[in-house]
Design a protein around this ligand. Structure first.
Ligand code: FRU
Length: 500
């Protein structure tokens, strides 16, 4: 087993993100059990404590008071006689509906136990619960586990549970083959089937995993809401994108989800390659109207072979979700949580500049951990954008092609790209200028790029593995000049300090 680095080298290894969540050592995948309770955001995660590739799954655990600085805690849940601990969720049982808390409140985790059927190789996935009396520091598995099983479905996993006040019931949404199922419960122990959704809806280019269902406000108006269903689809070698996450918008009455869009419409959460299994935090304070989520910043296509040594995988930055009306209907919007502003350090502000070919307004800068907010005026040119993590041999380009109206991340020359044949590439998607403007809100953190185009209308998340000496930046234009209305650059501070 890998041991944590000692203090003065803490979180300084090659490619180590400085303000994203990563485990100290070893393998991580999906975020799990995300819940806010008594002043703390909990983040559990799929964790293999004995290696840097996927293996017997545990729930790793960390807490944060601000979504930015995380404290690592001992493993939350370990495999037992019912199998490994796959993905799932956690809720605050405020009124002790479960009877686990003597009339008080406490945390209940709902997760998938994964093993195989007796004397068989056939995978068996059953749902179990555990509860905690001490703010998630220790967990007791319910003695009646599993609480929900179905022999007919092989892929039956990743329960996400929430309290539905209109029907006074707990709702579970869970992946079941090529659909999701909804179950209801009054006590988190006894579950009743309510309905199924998904056959013939959206994308089925992979196994359905990690659903989440929540309500979002429309255009910032808390009185107007719709339900959003997040649904991740696993890697299938016949499709070039690998694993990714789609979403549906609709209505939910406590039993049935109705898709607002036509069944053949597929909506994607992120058009980069590395944002998977994202789910949202439960039980945010009542006066915080946000719905915040983060995803696993990797792709099953190559997740096991990315070139890090001590640990493997990172989460995305936490993002706040909303819905916006557009001329093609309601669409998801994502924005980085405002708490991230607390790690801004040195800044540079540019206003009303002209980006000329072969002249770089950022030539004085060097950084691998920064944030940029840049607004461009789309003119009659071919392309413009920002190159980051740049040296003579390496660069990652975040750009906009004026003719195709596509924003892109090009990581073909981003650094180490040879560990998997699907890694190098250019990822692009359409983004309509808004009043002739294109805005990039960009986060770079040693081995990742996250771009929010036009206030989170289009989001792209990509891993990169540049050398740490590739730390230059270039503002560029091709085929003419482009007007830069404004640019804010912030160096971002590391959020990791050795503290034991
Ligand atoms: C998604 C997933 C889940 C499963 C977990 C296992 O990435 O495949 O469906 O619960 O990972 O680690």
């Amino acid at each position: 087993m890998n041991q944590p680095e000692i203090s003065y080298q803490y979180y300084t290894e090659k490619y180590r993100p400085q303000y994203h969540f990563t485990p100290e050592v070893n393998w991580m995948n999906d975020p799990n059990g995300m819940v806010f309770y008594e002043g703390e955001y909990h983040l559990f995660y799929q964790y293999h404590p004995n290696g840097t590739t996927w293996g017997p799954m545990h729930w790793g655990h960390a807490v944060s008071k601000d979504l930015v600085h995380w404290e690592h805690l001992p493993i939350g849940l370990e495999p037992d006689e019912n199998g490994m601990i796959f993905s799932g969720s956690a809720v605050v049982d405020r009124n002790d509906t479960s009877g686990f808390f003597n009339g008080q409140s406490g945390l209940v985790a709902i997760f998938t136990h994964a093993d195989t059927y007796p004397n068989s190789e056939r995978p068996r996935q059953r749902q179990s619960i555990a509860y905690s009396h001490d703010q998630g520091r220790s967990w007791k598995k319910y003695e009646g586990n599993p609480v929900l099983s179905d022999e007919e479905i092989t892929d039956f996993r990743d329960p996400k549970v929430f309290w539905h006040k209109e029907t006074n019931r707990w709702i579970m949404v869970i992946a079941a083959g090529q659909s999701v199922r909804f179950y209801t419960s009054s006590n988190l122990i006894d579950w009743e089937f309510a309905s199924e959704f998904g056959e013939e809806h959206g994308s089925h280019q992979g196994v359905w995993e990690c659903p989440d269902l929540f309500e979002l406000s429309i255009d910032g108006d808390h009185r107007k809401k719709k339900w959003v269903l997040f649904l991740s689809i696993g890697d299938d070698p016949s499709f070039e994108e690998g694993s990714r996450t789609q979403y549906f918008i609709g209505d939910f009455d406590g039993k049935t989800f109705t898709n607002l869009n036509s069944p053949d419409k597929t909506l994607w959460v992120d058009r980069g390659r590395d944002n998977y299994a994202g789910v949202s935090w439960s039980d945010l304070p009542v006066d915080d109207h946000r719905r915040i989520y983060l995803g696993w910043m990797s792709n099953w296509r190559y997740a096991n072979v990315t070139p890090t040594k001590e640990w493997r995988s990172s989460m995305t930055i936490p993002r706040s979700l909303s819905l916006a009306s557009t001329n093609v209907g309601l669409r998801l919007r994502q924005s980085p949580v405002k708490e991230l502003e607390s790690i801004r350090q040195e800044s540079i502000i540019l206003k009303k500049k002209v980006i000329k070919e072969n002249e770089n307004l950022l030539k004085e800068l060097k950084s691998n951990t920064f944030e940029i907010i840049a607004e461009f005026e789309v003119g009659n040119i071919d392309e413009f954008g920002i190159k980051v993590c740049q040296s003579e041999n390496e660069e990652t380009t975040i750009g906009y092609n004026v003719e195709t109206k596509k924003m892109f991340i090009d990581r073909k020359m981003s650094g180490d790209v040879n560990f998997h044949k699907s890694f190098a590439g250019k990822h692009e998607a359409e983004l309509e200028p808004k009043g002739n403007k294109i805005k990039f809100h960009l986060f770079v953190d040693c081995s990742s790029v996250e771009v929010f185009g036009n206030d989170g209308e289009l989001v792209m998340t990509d891993l990169i593995f540049p050398d740490s000496s590739s730390n230059k930046l270039t503002l560029y234009s091709i085929g003419g000049e482009v007007n830069l209305n404004s640019l804010e650059f912030y160096m971002l501070k590391s959020t990791w300090e050795y503290s034991r």
